[in-house]
Ligand binder design. Structure first.
Ligand SMILES: Cc1cc2nc3c(=O)[nH]c(=O)nc-3n(C[C@H](O)[C@H](O)[C@H](O)COP(=O)(O)OP(=O)(O)OC[C@H]3O[C@@H](n4cnc5c(N)ncnc54)[C@H](O)[C@@H]3O)c2cc1C
Length: 415
């Protein structure tokens, strides 16, 4: 595939940009693949890319019922950080964050990674203690994060009201190399690079059934006909339970709507990401000038990509108190995704009860940041047939063995 470069852009300018090829191929599905990945979100596409790049496996198809990146990957608020509490989580999230650092160069696609820093406010004594504990755990895991006092918080984010009437800011957990990236570009970059290495990405191809024989996966039924495979990866976030049902087992996953909204564009006023868990809201500013805002997930299970109205109202109210200067802003648009929540708020990466099926789900409200690391770990597991040390702790049997990886503090508002 032709490389994107300043030289290529200049050269194309002379021919009215007529010479660019499509970013990825749109092949007809073959009858058989070594590996089928269901779901062309960030995790599915990253898995396909690392299968090809790290393990030389290219007889791979990614099947997507809609358009690639149209699920949560294209709907999230793009916060990237790795300051998690438990050792297993820190390892995979920090690998992911570090892979983001030079992902644009690796994929030859500008994913607009912006390590602008992520600040998680402490607005109660309890939260202050919890973040202190996390910062100590981060230091042990060699993750760069630090506790900062109210004055430093104000310095980092001058538009913040640190003397709020309900919840004054007592400090914050600051990760200077956390930040954001362009969500669509992450999906597009992985898709282009995977397609370039021979992976077939098949959009508008819904999986409607999973074929098994003697406890082993045989293939899938799709809206474009049956396809057989040796290995099958289910990477469909909020629809994981639906696909698991097709394969004849149940998952400890609940599907819940989570929403976000953006304001009209304004001049630059916020150059970090701020998360305020106590009042239930978080905010960053996009390159277009829009304030990107999110809150908590809905309190009931659903498959609507919308989210309840009262959450939008509560989130905006909380942020007006925290950032008084936004109180007269108009909101431009609102949308939702369906997040896949586990009981301990940690993902599932592991083998399914059916031989040949591999699972990657349960990233809940925080799986954008983990796309590179998750794809890396998933690809290694699928290639070798067994999870390695990175994925091992996240296996499905932790729910029967009671080996929970409790990251409940890291869910919902704290993406
Ligand atoms: C509003 C919101 C804000 C968020 N904010 C953040 C954040 O700031 N930071 C962060 O780290 N995370 C965030 N997240 C979470 C993050 O978006 C997800 O964890 C992550 O994108 C999941 O990626 P995925 O590839 O697993 O799933 P998805 O991107 O949802 O991809 C799954 C794909 O599977 C496809 N699919 C489903 N069923 C089938 C089928 N039967 N056949 C074929 N294809 C199928 C879907 O169409 C979809 O494209 C947020 C999520 C939401 C909704």
């Amino acid at each position: 595939m032709k490389r994107y470069s300043a030289f290529a852009v200049a050269k194309e300018a002379f021919s009215y940009h007529q010479g660019w090829e499509r970013a990825w191929r749109s092949p007809e599905p073959k009858q058989h693949y070594e590996v089928i990945i269901i779901g062309a979100g960030g995790h599915g596409l990253a898995t396909a890319y690392y299968l090809a790049k790290n393990h030389g496996l290219t007889d791979v198809a990614v099947l997507e019922k809609g358009w690639l990146g149209g699920g949560n990957t294209g709907r999230n608020t793009t916060i990237i950080r790795s300051n998690y509490l438990q050792p297993a989580s820190s390892e995979i999230f920090e690998l992911s964050r570090s892979l983001y650092e030079d992902l644009s160069q690796k994929l030859n696609f500008n994913i607009m990674f912006s390590p602008r820093g992520v600040l998680m406010l402490a607005q109660t004594e309890h939260e202050l203690r919890a973040w202190k504990r996390t910062s100590h755990a981060n230091r042990l895991a060699a993750i760069e994060s630090e506790m900062v006092g109210p004055e430093r918080v104000k310095q980092l984010c001058p538009i913040l009201n640190i003397d709020g009437p309900r919840y004054p800011v007592l400090g914050g957990l600051w990760q200077p190399r956390g930040g954001t990236a362009r969500h669509d570009a992450v999906a597009w970059g992985y898709a282009r690079a995977a397609s370039d290495r021979g992976v077939d990405i098949i959009q508008q191809c819904e999986v409607t059934g999973i074929d098994r024989e003697e406890g082993r996966v045989k293939g899938v039924q799709t809206t474009r006909g049956p396809i057989t495979c040796s290995k099958l990866c289910i990477v469909v976030a909020g629809h994981s339970g639906v696909l698991a049902k097709m394969a004849g087992f149940r998952l400890p996953i609940e599907s819940v709507p989570l929403q976000a909204l953006v304001s009209e564009p304004i001049k630059p006023c916020l150059d970090i990401v701020v998360m305020a868990n106590t009042v239930h809201g978080y905010m960053s500013q996009s390159d277009k000038g829009e304030l990107v805002i999110g809150g908590g997930s809905d309190g009931y299970n659903a498959y609507t990509q919308r989210g309840s109205f009262h959450h939008a109202e509560e989130t905006v109210r909380a942020l007006c108190e925290t950032f008084p200067i936004i109180s007269r802003l108009k909101m431009l648009r609102q949308w939702g995704g369906i997040v896949d929540m586990t009981g301990d708020r940690s993902p599932i990466i592991g083998r399914a009860p059916v031989e040949g099926i591999f699972l990657n789900c349960g990233w809940g409200t925080g799986g954008f940041k983990s796309i590179p690391g998750s794809g890396w770990a998933m690809a290694a597991m699928v290639a070798k047939g067994e999870p390695d040390a990175l994925a091992g702790p996240f296996s499905l049997d932790r729910f029967t063995e009671g080996r929970m990886i409790d990251e409940s503090v890291a869910a919902a508002v704290a993406h």
